[in-house]
Design a protein around this ligand. Structure first.
Ligand SMILES: CC(C)(COP(=O)(O)OP(=O)(O)OC[C@H]1O[C@@H](n2cnc3c(N)ncnc32)[C@H](O)[C@@H]1OP(=O)(O)O)[C@@H](O)C(=O)NCCC(=O)NCCS
Length: 441
């Protein structure tokens, strides 16, 4: 029996195997196929066809993902065979942008546990082992996007970025007068196939400059240009694309979109993906989408929570926020590296104790900022009770890039400190814009 922080997993009943996607001459290995079909079942998706299975295996290979499967020795007659894992988990290394630098990040995805094996500690076991291995390999931070908000806090993940779902009224109310005040560039319809050629370069520029952005996986061009069309073999040809060009004619922004059936008979377009490298390309692309003929409404589910768009509109009431969701969850593994890599705004000095239920990132740190330049040192391997400020590791993940303010976390009871220490940390951590992530993984 193996115990994981109070939960017991019978190690004789379950075997964990880790492997890379098996793909030889276009043939997916049986182990990889069984694993991919298990992921599909976990997310209630349709089974792969031979073509979509091969494509998925190629993407997983291109990301160099480490696939984890949990297996049982035998299964009853007529049931799914023992070659199909009862739990799945993948990890791969990508980058997280702090706006200053790209931090190597341990990305976690495809987390499923079969309903007949749930709540026996399998997720806890896969997660604990994976985070420990990542920390031991020197990766400073782990990241995921979550199907439910109640699962990952216990493993030290905190919500780090959020996005809004917005609806734009694009009838005659829509106008962007600020575009006439010197915005540079043009927009043109693009061939759908062009997205695969240019989207990577445009995203790379956005990624480097945008605090909270996560590097995209190999499947992204196919996800945004309609090539991946549910589990159909053929692409979704209703997807359209447009590019924004800078003054030199270089693409510096792209949008993909499609006309959709709305519930209330309003003619509607859904923006699938919009990547802009600066304010001119951002407003230029929205001006294009907002002026599509025959369209009365545009919907987008990944807008910045501090979106400049309504501030550029003549009629701000034509912009409605209909929802807000957590996007990126961060789990700090190495506080020293993370704290040194972020931008600091206010000068000051204080000690910070980090609590961690898994013990991976716990410690006490001296933070000093002078002229915006940080100096961070670890002074103890455990959180010291006499530190100026104490924070749990999940809250530090939320505060790291400015997604949650120190003040809000303190009022929520998640950061504690005496005297003026919390207010001082708040000034030191302050950021000018909310972090933003448009990568789903
Ligand atoms: C979510 C899921 C992976 C959990 O797997 P599991 O093996 O049952 O989880 P564990 O038994 O290891 O539970 C670990 C802890 O998480 C909690 N937990 C697990 N799933 C939870 C959920 N959906 N909501 C709230 N808490 C949850 C357990 O109660 C347990 O808490 P404790 O250790 O603090 O007592 C599994 O239910 C599943 O596959 N769901 C469908 C697919 C999905 O949503 N995947 C996540 C994608 S981001």
């Amino acid at each position: 029996m193996v115990t994981y922080a109070g939960r017991v997993t019978d190690s004789d009943e379950y075997q964990i195997r880790r492997f890379r996607a098996g793909l030889q001459d276009g043939t997916v290995s049986p182990e990889t196929e069984a694993w991919l079909q298990a992921v599909n079942r976990g997310f209630h998706e349709q089974a792969f066809t031979p073509k979509t299975l091969r494509r998925e295996a190629e993407f997983i290979r291109a990301d160099d993902r480490l696939m984890t499967g949990v297996y049982v020795d035998a299964t009853p007659v007529h049931s799914v065979g023992a070659e199909v894992p009862v739990a799945t988990f993948t990890t791969y290394t990508s980058t997280l942008s702090t706006g200053e630098t790209l931090l190597p990040a341990h990305l976690i995805s495809d987390v499923t546990v079969r309903p007949t094996h749930r709540r026996r500690g399998l997720l806890r076991r896969m997660m604990t082992e994976s985070l420990t291995a990542a920390r031991d390999a020197g990766l400073p931070i782990a990241a995921l996007t979550a199907s439910e908000a109640t699962i990952y806090g216990r493993f030290g993940f905190g919500v780090a970025t959020q996005t809004s779902t917005i609806e734009l009224d694009t009838t005659s109310r829509f106008a962007l007068p600020s575009l006439d005040r010197g915005a540079v560039g043009t927009v043109e319809l693009a061939r759908r196939e062009a997205i695969a050629e240019v989207a990577g370069d445009i995203f790379a520029r956005f990624h480097a400059a945008t605090r909270g952005s996560v590097g995209r996986q190999a499947s992204y061009p196919a996800r945004i240009d309609g090539t991946i069309n549910g589990h159909a073999d053929e692409p979704d040809l209703t997807v359209r694309a447009a590019l924004h060009y800078d003054a030199d004619g270089t693409p510096d922004g792209c949008v993909t979109y499609q006309h959709v059936e709305s519930r209330d008979a309003v003619s509607e377009v859904k923006v699938i993906d919009l990547v802009a490298t600066g304010p001119d390309s951002y407003l230029g692309l929205w001006n294009f989408v907002g002026n599509l003929d025959l369209i009365q409404r545009v919907r987008y589910d990944a807008a910045r929570i501090d979106d400049p768009l309504p501030w550029a509109m003549a009629d701000t009431r034509g912009y409605r926020v209909t929802g807000r969701d957590d996007r990126l969850w961060l789990r700090i593994l190495d506080p020293l590296t993370c704290l040194q890599s972020r931008r600091w705004s206010g000068d000051g000095e204080l000690s910070l104790a980090v609590e961690d239920p898994l013990g991976l990132a716990a410690g006490t740190f001296d933070l000093g900022v002078s002229g915006g330049v940080p100096s961070v040192q670890q002074t103890a391997a455990a959180p010291r009770p006499d530190a100026d400020v104490t924070v749990d590791v999940a809250s530090l993940g939320s505060a790291f890039l400015g997604g949650a303010t120190i003040g809000a976390l303190a009022d929520a009871g998640r950061i504690r400190g005496g005297g003026t220490a919390v207010a001082q940390l708040s000034r030191m951590f302050a950021v000018d814009r909310a972090p933003y992530c448009i990568t789903h993984f």
